[in-house]
Design a binder for this molecule. Structure first.
Ligand code: SAH
Length: 214
């Protein structure tokens, strides 16, 4: 795989676009600038559009998230070096790579076996080494909990209680919530063992978080 000056130029433009749309976290922007998104697009038909600010099909009826959305969710996490982070929805691994490059410890769960297998092989081959799990994001990873941050990259019909309980006190969950095609981005902060604060932000369109494993 080649990361050419042309690709870097396209990434600079993409970062300008994301900045104009309101992302001001310079660390997040520089990580987006550094990661070759075209490596994550395995269908040649979509390659020319790798640096457009859009989502693409990645197989198994799933998509690689739009770069703006990746930047938006990552910025909301307010990551600190060494944070323990749980990601639900590994998919192509692009958001996973962004998290790894932010300097945090990443645990990522995928429920589609084909995507799990593919990305578990692919990401380490380009230098990113999170911990991969094949499983159900509604359940989280109780054995590895608690997490400083949790990010859900599929549209959830509700906030899974189990996930909230896997946050550290002071921890943050970022999750798009809504039935149907549109979700509201919600930030849940654990303020004590028993108390949680919620903040609702703007609307996004994610593929649905799948309930039952086949
Ligand atoms: N962030 C990834 C994928 C976004 S699409 C990327 O940008 O490439 C959402 C992903 O969540 C898909 O890969 C889908 O298979 C996965 N997913 C859906 N429901 C899930 C669940 N219950 N548990 C874990 N992963 C799930």
């Amino acid at each position: 795989m080649i990361d050419s000056y042309k690709h870097k130029g396209l990434r600079n433009k993409l970062v300008d676009k994301i900045r104009e749309r309101g992302i001001s976290d310079e660390k997040v922007l520089s990580v987006i600038q550094e990661i070759p998104r075209h490596y994550f697009i395995h269908d040649n038909a979509f390659l020319p559009y790798a640096y457009d600010d859009i989502a693409f099909p990645i197989g198994a009826q799933q998509t690689i998230s739009q770069p703006y959305t990746v930047a938006f969710q990552t910025a909301l996490l307010k990551l600190k070096k060494g944070d323990k982070v749980l990601e639900i929805g590994t998919g192509s691994g692009y958001q996973t790579a962004v998290l790894v490059k932010m300097g945090v410890k990443v645990f990522t769960i995928e429920r589609q076996k084909t995507l799990f297998d593919k990305t578990k092989n692919f990401l380490p081959s380009i230098g990113y080494r999170p911990k991969f799990f094949y499983g159900d994001g509604y359940k989280g990873l109780p054995v590895y909990a608690p997490f400083d941050k949790i990010i859900v990259t599929a549209g959830a019909p509700y906030i899974p209680e189990g996930l909230q309980l896997q946050l550290t006190v002071g921890g943050v969950l970022v999750i798009p919530v809504g039935d149907g095609g549109v979700q509201k981005m919600i930030i849940v902060k654990r303020v004590s063992d028993t108390e949680f604060e919620q903040e609702e932000l703007e609307e996004f369109k994610f593929v649905p978080m799948l309930a039952n494993k086949e």
